[in-house]
Design a protein around this ligand. Structure first.
Ligand code: PLP
Length: 433
């Protein structure tokens, strides 16, 4: 019987992808294949694997069955055709761009970015000869104006903190499709509640460290290929996929994948970037992410419900001047949130205290249940003061550009009981004065 075609994330998180019961042992949980290497059946089999006539396990730097279970499951949830797991979200972002670029090329990125992505784009990629052109996402046409013949992709985050204004995914994806430029979306902050591929994005990445892992135990990242972008139709824009690859006997990736499906982008990322740069996810961490993923849709419901309650409560506190969460936005920001987020507005939230930076620090130090950490998406509630931590490597001007003001406090609302969350915030606000 054919495998049923589930579409709900709740079901796919448990049953999607390549794993069913383990064929040799019957193990229901995905086994941890903690091995470096895989025995070839015979020399012919080995030659076919190395020649890509057959896809299969060779060496865990390049693929692994535990990691494959995670990759195929997340690809199913996002509605993509295939995925590649890597050692961190940073590696996923770097790979997603480097897979399309060579020195002299450029990409166009939203200004509203995770601090680590900002540094990668503004400094490290620049040093590698790839120019990143930053565009304010308030005006989607800015992406068209910044595009030229060497523009290889657009990059943005679904729900970027600190501003938490949802990116105009459909608008920018449509501009890109007209000009032949794929949109890569960082969907780390909005798994399940947003499906960027449905809105025209070509590639989705996640830091699996956050909501997918959900328990703050492991660092990882993943890139999902939507299989929905015609790399051949814009051949000259994508030489890494359309020109002969000297590292693979002159293979042309868009041609080589024809028997395998529309996976040129992700297969090239695995067979070239992962092979050469080596940022592999460990099988143990893939197992940890699978455990997190299985209950992630359920946790997201509680994260989102709690966050709406906290945003409403904070909005009523006299010591709070501003609350930043899509549930309390208005105008175009709210319209975009409602157009692209379904089932909730996410767990991330910001607020500003009347007392500025000093009150912000006193508030953080007074928290008893919230953890003070540089992380988001944990099942536990978390808080941080970005200006002195996550965004401290940015200049003051860059901080303002990304929306970090001195008194801004960021929260990642967990899945504890709402009364306990609000009680902790309440006592810390009082202590902050
Ligand atoms: C954390 C994060 C990253 C980087 O992920 P790591 O797993 O920490 O390398 C990228 N984008 C966003 C939105 C993040 O929150």
């Amino acid at each position: 019987m054919a495998k049923p075609t589930w579409t709900s994330p709740e079901t796919l998180a448990l049953h999607g992808g390549s794993h069913r019961a383990d064929p040799t042992t019957g193990s229901v949980a995905v086994p941890i294949h903690q091995t470096t290497s895989f025995q070839f059946q015979d020399t012919g089999h080995a030659a076919r694997l190395f020649g890509l006539q057959e896809l299969g396990n060779i060496y865990t730097r390049i693929m692994n069955p535990t990691t494959d279970a995670l990759e195929t499951r997340i690809a199913a949830i996002e509605g993509g055709v295939a995925a590649l797991a890597v050692g961190s979200g940073q590696a996923a972002t770097a790979f997603s761009v480097l897979n399309l670029t060579t020195p002299g090329d450029n990409i166009v990125s939203s200004t509203d970015l995770y601090g680590g992505t900002w540094n990668l784009f503004a400094n490290t990629l620049k040093g590698m000869g790839v120019e990143v052109r930053f565009v304010d996402p308030k005006d989607p046409d800015g992406f068209a104006r910044a595009t030229d013949s060497r523009t290889r992709c657009y990059y943005a985050e679904t729900l970027p903190n600190p501003k938490l204004q949802v990116f105009p995914i459909g608008e920018v994806a449509a501009i890109g499709r007209k000009l032949g430029v794929p949109l890569i979306m960082d969907n780390t902050a909005a798994p399940v509640i947003c499906k960027p591929l449905q809105h025209g994005a070509a590639v989705v990445m996640h830091s699996t460290t956050k909501f997918i892992g959900g328990h703050g135990t492991s660092i990882g990242g993943i890139v999902v290929d939507g299989g929905n972008f015609d790399w051949e139709a814009h051949g000259s824009r994508f030489p890494t996929l359309n020109a002969p690859d000297p590292s693979y006997h002159g293979a042309v990736w868009t041609q080589a994948v024809k028997p395998l499906g529309p996976i040129a982008y992700i297969l090239r990322m695995r067979t070239c970037l992962l092979r050469d740069l080596g940022a592999a996810m460990s099988p143990f961490n893939a197992f940890m992410f699978i455990q997190g993923l299985e209950t992630m849709p359920l946790r997201m419901e509680r994260h989102c419900a709690n966050a709406i309650r906290v945003a409403a409560w904070l909005s009523e506190q006299p010591s709070v001047t501003t609350v930043i969460h899509p549930s309390v936005q208005s105008g175009e920001a709210k319209r975009r949130a409602d157009a692209y987020l379904k089932g909730g507005y996410g767990a991330l939230m910001g607020f500003e205290l009347k007392g500025g930076a000093e009150a912000g620090k006193r508030f953080i130090d007074a928290l008893q249940m919230f953890y003070h950490v540089a992380n988001i998406g944990d099942a536990r509630s978390l808080a941080i003061h970005p200006a002195s931590t996550t965004h401290s490597q940015l200049s003051e001007e860059e901080q303002m550009q990304t929306g970090v003001t001195p008194g801004y406090v960021r929260l990642s609302i967990g899945i504890e009981h709402i009364d306990d969350i609000i009680a902790d915030l309440d006592q810390a606000l009082k202590a902050a004065g």
